[in-house]
Ligand binder design. Structure first.
Ligand SMILES: Cc1cc2nc3c(=O)[nH]c(=O)nc-3n(C[C@H](O)[C@H](O)[C@H](O)COP(=O)(O)O)c2cc1C
Length: 162
């Protein structure tokens, strides 16, 4: 069983979630390649996919969106799980609605789409990013829930290798 895990991150928190997912899948005996979506040249030979992206301005990154478009034929014919990492500090509503990512994923009909809370560490951001996040009502902190990430990965492993 070979699985490709793509992770699109600007400031590292999505990549760290992806690394935990990869570790759990590997622990279940799955052969996992982890890549940035823009670095993938071919998806030949993979049995399944996990696609992850940070959420900025309610969207997946352009690189993550472009990947799903580029390989939509293979992805829509394969088992695909998707996850988004966004800021839990934002109030639920129009701006932070993870469903805005929906249209990207609709075409490939993933088995599941999980939204994990992310991290807001102003020290890692540009002045512009910091201002936008603050205007959005972001609270400072690391809201990632590693048990939740591990459980999600374990469920994928169970469905792939039983
Ligand atoms: C400029 C900016 C815009 C953001 N927009 C959103 C958003 O629309 N929805 C959301 O859930 N999180 C939003 N976030 C929070 C990021 O998704 C969160 O910080 C995430 O952990 C970043 O992942 P990364 O470290 O992998 O880049 C935003 C953060 C910044 C700095």
């Amino acid at each position: 069983m070979r699985l490709l895990l793509t992770s699109s991150s600007r400031h590292g928190s999505t990549d760290e979630v992806a690394a935990v997912i990869a570790e759990r899948l590997q622990g279940a005996g799955i052969d996992v390649d982890t890549c940035k979506p823009e670095e993938v040249e071919s998806v030949d030979g993979y049995d399944a996919f996990v696609l992850g992206s940070a959420v900025y301005m309610t969207q997946w990154t352009p690189e993550a969106v472009e990947f799903t478009r580029r390989f939509s034929d293979v992805l829509s014919a394969s088992p695909v799980w998707a996850f988004s990492v966004g800021l839990s500090g934002l109030p639920q509503g129009k701006v932070s609605d993870p469903k805005r990512i929906g249209p990207v994923l609709l075409a490939i009909e993933p088995e599941d789409h999980m939204v994990f809370p992310g991290r807001f560490d102003p020290g890692r951001l540009s002045l512009r990013e910091r201002s936008i996040a603050r205007l959005g009502g972001a609270s400072e902190g690391d809201f990632r829930d590693w048990d939740q990430v591990r459980q999600w990965a374990d469920a994928i492993a169970a469905s792939l290798v039983g």
